[in-house]
Design a protein around this ligand. Structure first.
Ligand SMILES: [Zn+2]
Length: 210
């Protein structure tokens, strides 16, 4: 992806807010949305819709900004040598993504674990990795595998486990009558192939703190 436009990244309490709009892209996408509004029988010149094509164009750029970020690089920048060799679990990570078939949102939670093999990673970087792959056009299955592979290839741990649970608006809103169904996907490597380890992970992500 082109990277020749300014990046404003703001880190607030470990969360990164990115405002990055390529004016050329905004114009190009907005022009098409004006057309789409007309095709839908709307009047793009009425007050409420005047700025809609531009807003949609900016929103879409934000929702797909993961293309411009390198998840492996971010993990590598926060790796530390450490002899800890128990399971590290980060659960209830918020996921917001767009399904590539309908460009409608799917959203929910990701739960991730790894067993270090000499290296640990700053904990806030795990949700970051989720976000970088989620902020693209996705299918939940590929999102799950991409997160697993990125952590496996970078940290080279003894094992990685990823479980993602999401609601898909393309199912809920399009009259499929599955408004409340949740899709669960999972991907494991190494030690998590063993049933005992996998069960411990699943127990930990379903346990509540209170
Ligand atoms: Zn869909």
């Amino acid at each position: 992806m082109d990277n020749d436009f300014p990046l404003r990244e703001e880190e607030i309490d470990g969360y990164v807010k990115i405002d990055r709009y390529n004016p050329e892209k905004v114009n190009r996408i907005a022009t098409h949305y004006t057309d789409i509004l007309e095709a839908l029988g709307e009047d793009p010149t009425r007050n409420g819709l005047l700025k809609t094509p531009e807003r949609v164009a900016k929103a879409l750029q934000f929702l797909t900004h993961g293309y411009d970020l390198d998840a492996a690089k971010i993990l590598k920048g926060a790796m530390f040598e450490e002899e800890y060799s128990q399971m590290v679990v980060v659960k209830d990570i918020e996921v917001f993504s767009l399904c590539e078939h309908h460009l409608l949102p799917f959203f929910g939670k990701a739960h991730i674990a790894y067993i270090p093999n000499g290296h640990i990673v700053g904990l806030s970087k795990i949700p970051r990795v989720v976000d970088i792959f989620a902020r693209r056009l996705q299918v939940q299955e590929r999102l799950t595998n991409e997160i697993r592979d990125c952590i496996q290839d970078t940290l080279k741990p003894i094992g990685v486990a990823v479980v993602i649970e999401c609601k898909h608006l393309c199912m809920a809103m399009r009259g499929v009558q599955k408004q409340n169904s949740v899709t669960t996907t999972s991907a494991f490597t190494g030690e998590f192939a063993r049933e005992r380890t996998r069960n411990e992970f699943l127990r930990l992500i379903t346990a509540s703190l209170d």
